[in-house]
Design a protein around this ligand. Structure first.
Ligand code: IYR
Length: 221
């Protein structure tokens, strides 16, 4: 289809051999990504954070609405405030709100209501989804908001890993305290809280395995 607002596609394609090589090395690299819960306080240049966030913001989205806002917290007072509020919610979750089945599923990961990383990691990225757009008091619709923001976060985690940094997809629940603390407009809802940084020295991660191809892929040939 040719229309006035279309431009030539400038994508890159490779030979089949190069395609195979690249797909394998990307998989090998991504398979090394681990969620980390203990961070170093080592600072990170703001430009690096901006690059990984702009990578996230290059994700596809429903009707290209890009229905997300990335709040980047490095201010120590704000981080402390977020930690206090998140730990309050998490305390209640771990002590009554989460089912026995849920707590059992989490046991191998050693998580609890303490969230020291919220003050230690140099940056907290708080991803907000825009349920609708709001410009000068006028509302307009966004589409496939959860799908779009989920894809953008996938891009974000891969960009963080590519930069040699680590992250945690943290879900304090309920998350509405973040909208209040950060003074976000009424059309934004907190989606995920992602601390980013270098890993703390000599940390360990859970000894888990990923499902093999046969368990996650079904071919219809
Ligand atoms: N939000 C809690 C609990 C938690 C839930 C799941 I599902 C996890 O994979 C990990 C933790 C917390 O962040 O501790």
């Amino acid at each position: 289809m040719v229309s006035d607002n279309f431009i030539p596609y400038e994508g890159v394609t490779y030979s089949p051999e190069e395609t195979a090589k690249r797909s394998q090395s990307y998989y090998d690299y991504m398979d090394k990504r681990r969620t980390v819960r203990a961070f170093s306080a080592k600072p990170i240049d703001k430009k690096i954070i901006e690059n990984i966030l702009m990578t996230a913001s290059s994700a596809p989205s429903g009707a290209h609405k890009q229905p997300w806002t990335f709040c980047v917290i490095s201010n120590a007072d704000l981080k402390a405030k977020i930690k206090v509020a998140a730990e309050k919610e998490e305390y209640d979750s771990y002590n009554g709100r989460m089912s026995e089945e849920w707590l059992e599923a989490l046991a191998p990961f050693g998580t609890d209501w303490h969230k020291p990383f919220l003050e230690i990691a140099p940056y907290l990225i708080i991803v907000f989804k825009k349920a609708y757009d709001l410009k000068d008091g006028v509302k307009s619709k966004n589409y496939y908001v959860n799908e779009s923001v989920g894809i953008a976060v996938g891009f974000l985690l891969s960009a963080i890993h590519n930069a040699g940094l680590v992250s945690l997809t943290h879900t304090p629940s309920p998350m509405n305290f973040l909208q209040k603390i950060l003074n976000r407009p009424e059309n934004e809802r907190a989606f995920l809280l992602i601390p980013v940084g270098y890993p703390a020295a000599d940390i360990q991660v859970p000894d888990i395995e990923r499902k093999p191809a046969e368990e996650v892929i079904v071919y219809y040939e």
